[in-house]
Design a protein around this ligand. Structure first.
Ligand code: GLY
Ligand code: MN
Ligand code: MN
Length: 437
């Protein structure tokens, strides 16, 4: 279950077809990052680089040169070296980049300063992702300046620099059938891990024990890494949106909010479930939970091709505001409260975001002055929440410190949507039954 070489080639062709005549695109691989002293973070390839190549080594530069007679896809990568490979594992090398990754031409990355200016020379326009890495920006300017220095001998430097992100990220926004499969699998593994930890959870455990158990389930499902830092927040910790300490002991009577998703073949899942540590919701937890669940349902009902990006968000805001009034947490007319954004102290984030190779995936949310229209093949999260700050003295004490979010991953289809993470128990009945089993 992987993206085929044919699909990578299609992506490169599609991008090249959108590029201006006589242009070149340059995309660097991610760099290895030090965690401490001489130990590194696990290496993760840059998503744009990976999307166009499937090549997962650091120290590489991918170059697309539409119309180049000696080949349009050029790769610079680390040379093979038996002594180094003995310690650090095998490398494709330039020959492997051609034989296994479809490069037309490949060179050792140590020669990039010598060779790349010659490939840029004579091209009118350079596409690259500007401002993402100061070092890469400097490198690009170095290559261009080396051409400028030879202008008197007839060299012709490019006159235009264009951000690559817009074109490339618009492609990444619409997921192919093969990408949908991988996202579906990431969703299944993640949903089943959430189900598992609902059974595993016991009062007195530490939050990180749920985190560890969840990650173990990801690995057992074939997904080595989580797609982002997992959040396991019990009690008032659930009200800190990006709580990642995961270090408190979980108490009976509290809820625990778990926001965690695996990365499967580079594609992310992003799921949140909130459940009672002891398996039973109390009255206030139940009321808030039902309200978030209703907002989640209202949002999902607005997801279909042709609706705009903001429609599901608006639906969730309405439901949450009306519900908060009903529970006595807000006072006033629902329309006016929505207009005044009175829900903000309780629901302070957007309904969701695009999902794909990155958990907060690329792609514009607006086109000009308008919200983007949803299209079949887009994948987004739906994650309404209500968080009642422990210090919120405007509400009765019994509500304070309750935090609930329900998050699923959703594929937009022509007629509606497909929830990719539906196997994670979501209703109160499902959760209580799962935890009792
Ligand atoms: N887990 C990050 C998010 O929900 O956006
Ligand atoms: Mn999340
Ligand atoms: Mn999310």
């Amino acid at each position: 279950m992987k993206i085929s070489n044919a699909e990578y080639a299609r992506r490169r062709r599609k991008l090249m077809a959108m590029m201006a005549p006589d242009s070149i695109a340059i995309i660097p691989a991610a760099q290895e990052k030090l965690r401490s002293r001489d130990t590194e973070y696990p290496f993760r390839q840059d998503s744009d680089f990976y999307y166009l190549s499937g090549f997962c080594e650091p120290g590489a530069v991918l170059v697309l040169i539409p119309g180049r007679a000696h080949g349009e896809f050029v790769m610079f990568c680390r040379e093979r070296d038996p002594a180094t490979e003995l310690w650090h594992g095998s490398r494709a090398g330039p020959d492997g980049a051609c034989d296994h990754f479809g490069a037309d031409d490949a060179f050792p990355v140590t020669d990039v300063d010598e060779i790349l200016p010659g490939l840029i020379e004579g091209r009118d326009r350079v596409y690259y992702s500007m401002g993402r890495s100061a070092e890469f920006d400097r490198q690009i300017m170095g290559w261009v300046n080396s051409i400028r220095s030879k202008e008197s001998s007839g060299a012709s430097p490019p006159g235009e620099f264009t951000d690559l992100d817009h074109m490339l990220h618009d492609m990444r926004l619409i997921k192919s059938a093969a990408e949908q499969k991988l996202l579906r699998r990431a969703g299944e593994i993640t949903a089943s891990a959430h189900r598992h930890i609902m059974r595993y959870c016991q009062p007195g455990m530490f939050e990180y024990e749920l985190e560890g158990e969840l990650h173990h389930q990801f690995v057992r499902g074939g997904a080595r890494y989580p797609a982002y830092l997992s959040i396991v927040g019990s009690g008032v910790n659930a009200c800190t949106l990006h709580y990642v300490e995961n270090s408190s002991k979980m108490r009976a009577g509290d809820l625990v909010l778990v926001d965690a998703g695996c990365e499967f073949e580079y594609y992310a899942a992003d799921v949140t479930r909130t459940f009672p540590v002891n398996g039973r919701f109390n009255a206030e937890q139940r009321a808030i939970y039902e309200l978030v669940l209703a907002a989640h349902g209202a949002a999902i009902a607005e997801i279909r091709a042709g609706n705009h990006w903001n429609q599901p968000h608006d639906a969730s805001v309405r439901v949450i505001t009306a519900g908060l009034v009903k529970l006595g947490l807000l006072e006033g007319e629902v329309d006016e409260l929505v207009e005044a954004q009175a829900y903000q102290p309780f629901y302070m984030h957007r309904l969701g975001h695009w999902l794909g190779l990155d958990v907060h995936d690329v792609g514009d949310y607006r086109v000009g002055d308008e919200w983007r229209l949803l299209e079949a093949g887009m994948v987004m999260t739906v994650e309404p929440g209500i968080y009642i700050a422990p210090g919120n003295t405007d509400v009765a004490r019994k509500w304070r410190g309750i935090g609930v979010r329900i998050e699923d991953d959703v594929l937009v289809t022509a007629s509606g949507c497909e929830v990719l993470t539906a196997d994670a128990p979501r209703t109160i009945e499902e959760i209580e039954a799962t935890m009792a089993a």
